[in-house]
Design a protein around this ligand. Structure first.
Ligand code: EPZ
Length: 417
């Protein structure tokens, strides 16, 4: 069982690059299934979720290679349509393969993705969209059996909630459908714009990503391409929260500051001074953040739910009070009890968390989920003394060697196996 050993209250400095975006590279790798031939994906992070996605691609018949941050996917002979149960359980966002596999081979089988640490993770919006596009989907004992009797056909889809995954699944399925698909109520996250760029490089005709109306004009075939994945805005937000919490002056590069404007706004209100460049943010912090106006998570361009935990951790060690409202996931406060072991004063009532800044001290804590684990690292960097953060497999799903990046900024953090 490995853990991070972290000695807090060391000011951070230097420059660190945000690696490729997990939530962009996963749908892009799934989209490779649509195009016979070898696609090349650059700036691909070394994450366990990426490794799971590669296993799924290989199981579908793709040949996948990796050299550093470049992954090649040869989807010349995709014949399978089965996503193995153990990989579905390991990574519930594997559901994103459904649209691409149905678009390419016309059949797919996968088990219902279980809930995860964030609460139930329904996929009703995904299945509704794919059925409207012409897929027959039946569920038998927790297994989804999907087939396309003829060919997917374009239609008008209205998402009742801007689900990121459902928007992406519909885009992938619509690329080679007969006719035009219009997705209204689409999610507007930057990762969806990155997916649109990739799909159009494959020869698809997708427009409107980043707005609530995405249009896909179906084409007969797609061809492979090369693409560099955008920087991870949540990893960048995590690095910024770490400097905000520990104090210091540093630069985070490889990300568009516009993509994390709401997080920058909060850090500025909390007393940090920020300077944004084209693809970088400089931050200067005293290490004693102030309370800020209520933080309500919302679909993009609102405050990202994925940055809630790390921002909470940075504010928990400061002064003043901040109210959080988690409006996207049902239970995304599991890090709160672990933060409390470090002295954090956080009161939960339903979707609301009231954080009152207090001096944090080192403790032995366990990651509860991907971003909750990152939050414990942020808190440990601000805490007096030494902490241990366990269950690192959660963190490794979305951070490529987090300890290397923080060491580069001067943190005292070591992975101990
Ligand atoms: C994506 O998850 C991200 N994951 C999540 O990042 C992110 O938190 C989330 O979008 C919101 O931004 C990937 O991109 C791989 P949703 P996704 O569909 O697609 C409900 C991280 O930490 N819903 O927008 O699963 C759902 O239960 C991860 O990097 C339905 O009810 O998110 C949730 O409450 C965590 N029915 C809300 O919508 C559905 O069919 C948002 O889900 C689908 C979703």
């Amino acid at each position: 069982m490995s853990f991070f050993e972290i000695t807090g209250r060391r000011r951070l400095s230097g420059s660190i690059g945000a690696h490729g975006a997990k939530n962009s590279v996963l749908p892009i790798l799934a989209a490779c299934v649509l195009a016979p031939g070898e696609s090349v994906i650059e700036n691909c992070p070394g994450l366990s979720d990426v490794a799971a996605t590669v296993e799924i691609l290989r199981g579908l018949g793709c040949r996948v290679g990796r050299e550093g941050d470049v992954v090649t996917v040869d989807a010349a002979c995709v014949e399978g349509g089965v996503i193995p149960e153990h990989l579905m359980r390991e990574m519930r966002s594997s559901v994103i393969f459904l649209g691409a596999v149905l678009g390419r081979v016309g059949r797919a089988q996968m088990c219902y993705p279980g809930g995860c640490e964030l609460g139930p993770r329904p996929i009703d919006l995904h299945l509704d969209a794919l059925r409207k596009l012409g897929a027959e989907i039946r569920e038998e004992e927790g297994v989804l059996h999907c087939r396309v009797p003829d060919r997917l056909r374009g239609c008008r889809l209205a998402l009742p909630f801007p689900s990121v995954g459902a928007t992406e699944n519909a885009m992938l399925a619509a690329c080679t459908a007969r006719g035009v698909t219009t997705i209204t109520g689409a999610a507007c996250e930057p990762e969806i714009e990155d997916l649109q760029i990739f799909l159009n490089k494959l020869g698809a005709r997708v427009h409107g990503a980043g707005t609530p109306v995405v249009t896909v004009e179906g084409v007969e075939t797609l061809h492979p391409t090369r693409h560099r994945v955008m920087g991870d805005r949540i990893v960048a937000a995590t690095y910024l929260a770490a400097v905000g919490a520990a104090g210091g002056e540093a630069e985070v590069t490889g990300v568009d500051p516009c993509h994390l404007a709401t997080v920058l706004e909060v850090l500025e209100q909390a007393g940090c001074s920020l300077k944004s460049g084209g693809h970088s943010v400089r931050i200067c912090s005293t290490g004693r953040l102030r309370g800020v106006r209520p933080i309500r998570t919302a679909p993009y361009p609102g405050f990202p739910t994925d940055a809630q935990a790390v921002t909470m951790a940075a504010l928990a060690g400061g002064e003043g009070t901040t109210v959080f409202e988690e409006n996207i996931f049902q239970s995304r406060y599991r890090h709160v009890s672990e933060l409390a072991r470090m002295g954090a004063d956080i009161r939960l009532t339903g979707r609301t968390a009231i954080v009152t800044g207090a001096p944090l001290h080192g403790a032995h804590v366990c990651s509860t989920d991907l971003r909750g684990g990152a939050a414990l690292v942020v808190a440990a960097l601000a805490a007096e003394g030494t902490s241990r953060v366990g269950e690192l497999h959660h963190i490794d799903r979305g951070y490529d060697h987090l300890e290397h990046a923080l060491t580069q900024l001067g943190a005292q953090i070591e992975r101990i196996n």
